[in-house]
Design a protein around this ligand. Structure first.
Ligand code: FAD
Length: 472
């Protein structure tokens, strides 16, 4: 397709700063830099209909706050936030950058509202996030639309269908970027660049380098456009890597989900209320270890480690209304044997697993809102909470696959969001924000709403520092 007059008009202009990417981190950087006086060009590889990357799938963001407000039920202070992060990462985080993220999240609620985002009243129920996380009214799509509107009003120029394919970097300094827009290869020179182009989870070949053939069975929950092209270029041109390439945010999702972009509706939150078995009909992990938002992000990896990367969640009719329903209907059966047959599992093996589980359940007071005392005794692996016998038909089952959200291998940055080179020097005019640098802070594990926190805080830092650089 030829470039439109609008594109030609945009490309005839001179820009100070190039922002690569079109999700939350990119827009936060672009709006901040433009508001500070820089002339910003933003290149988004997706067409306008699919703009917004993974950010358009999001629902909430975790941020530090001193007291409750109309969308948060109580305070969430630095120490508690830090403890939560330290626990999920097992200490695999850069404390300096993590504390920058936490402290600078302090005002994001007000900042986002000023930039057009609305929050919905506090959500209650099984999510357990009402105190810590703000939920966007209309979800991530509404947030992204608001940010694109605000960015355009501020004067940021935006090109869609514009995939950056290469960067010219000399002596650690960014010179220009090559991009393909509607079939035409073009070059843009600016005084600085912000890389906010996501992880490499949509690049199955790259995933296979670390996971081998099992990666073929992974489902990518978000955008197909995050192929890690800019990450590869940066690493090849001397950026210092950060993060274990096998670490990622991966949840168990409905195996019937599309390969890409299925989004939030394919996630299954029923795990704590039943049992999960592999294709041999054997349990392999404590389904009730913790509240789901603190554990959901380990289940993708757990399923990835099972034969053929498949698992099955089984609940009974006592639990069917306790979680957000999946977009796909559950498999329903009147007996455990019938369930096994429908899921192509060995009926005798599943019956034995369920019988062993039921026999190990210690009676307690079930409470889906609390870490209750319904546990198993003498069972391996144990189920620590919400253990109730599977004995009330109909039974419901869901097939599970690893659903990759985003990868943690990225580029090292400093507290000014500058990319660090292999000799530990910061690149003066190359900045990174969002998934592409999240591995500095998330060495492993995840806690709900933190991806948007990292992207918002580092997007704003990158925008501010890049503007300072180009205007100095
Ligand atoms: C289903 C789902 C639900 C989620 N829910 C939440 C949630 O509720 N809260 C939360 O905090 N996090 C959530 N996350 C994680 C969150 O989406 C990410 O952490 C965050 O959005 C990342 O923002 P980003 O700007 O770094 O990347 P993205 O939003 O993915 O943006 C990257 C952008 O870069 C563009 N791009 C890629 N390569 C190029 C290139 N070469 N040239 C030009 N453009 C390029 C892409 O098109 C895309 O627009 C969720 C993710 C998914 C998939």
């Amino acid at each position: 397709m030829a470039s439109t007059p609008h594109d030609a008009d945009t490309l005839s202009q001179t820009f100070d700063l190039l922002v690569i990417g079109g999700g939350n981190a990119a827009l936060c950087a672009a709006m901040t830099a433009q508001a500070a006086g820089a002339r910003v060009l933003l290149l988004e590889s997706a067409p306008i209909e699919f703009r917004g990357g993974n950010s358009r799938h999001t629902r909430n963001l975790r941020y530090m706050h001193e007291r409750g407000n109309d969308h948060l039920t109580g305070p969430y202070l630095e120490d508690e936030f830090w403890d939560d992060l330290n626990r999920v990462t097992g200490g695999q985080t850069n404390e300096e950058l993590a504390r920058v993220t936490i402290r600078q999240s302090n005002n994001v609620g007000e900042w986002m509202t000023l930039h057009g985002v609305n929050f919905q009243p506090a959500m209650r129920g099984t999510l357990h996030l009402a105190r810590t996380n703000g939920f966007f009214l209309g979800g991530g799509k509404a947030l992204i639309n608001a940010y694109y509107r605000t960015a355009a009003k501020l004067g940021v120029r935006i090109l869609y269908d514009a995939e950056v394919t290469d960067l010219e970097i000399q002596d650690g300094l960014f010179k220009s970027a090559t991009f393909v827009s509607r079939g035409l290869t073009q070059k843009v020179r600016t005084k600085a660049v912000v890389l906010a182009s996501g992880g490499f989870q949509a690049n199955l070949d790259w995933l296979k380098e670390y996971w081998g053939p099992p990666a073929d069975n992974f489902i990518i929950r978000g955008t197909p456009y995050n192929k890690g092209r800019m990450l590869r270029v940066l690493l090849d041109q001397g950026a210092k890597p950060v993060g274990d390439p096998r670490q990622c945010h991966a949840v168990a999702i409905d195996a019937r989900a599309p390969k890409f972009d299925g989004g939030i509706v394919t996630r299954l939150d029923c795990v704590p209320f039943g049992i999960v078995v592999n294709k041999e009909a054997r349990r392999f992990y404590d389904e009730g270890e913790e509240f789901w938002p603190k554990r959901y992000a380990i289940w993708g990896r757990l399923v990835a480690q099972q034969p053929d990367q498949i698992a099955y969640a089984v609940i009974d009719s006592k639990s069917i209304d306790l979680f957000m329903p999946s977009v796909f209907p559950p498999i329903e059966a009147a007996s455990i044997e019938e369930m096994a047959a429908k899921m192509e599992l060995d009926p005798a093996a599943l019956k034995e697993t369920v019988a062993a589980f039921n026999g190990a359940v210690r009676p307690g007071r079930f409470d889906s809102n609390d870490l209750d005392d319904c546990t198993t005794v003498g069972l391996e692996p144990a189920k620590s909470h919400w253990a109730r016998p599977l004995d009330r038909p109909p039974y419901y089952g869901y097939p599970l696959r690893p659903g990759i959200t985003f990868t943690y291998l990225g580029v090292t940055v400093n507290d000014r969001a500058q990319v660090i080179l292999q000799d530990d020097r910061p690149a003066a005019n190359i900045f990174a924000a969002g998934e592409i640098m999240a591995g500095n802070i998330l060495g492993k594990g995840y806690m709900a709403g933190f991806g948007m926190t990292i992207g918002t805080v580092f997007g704003r830092i990158a925008g501010k520092e890049a503007a300072r650089h180009v205007l100095s």
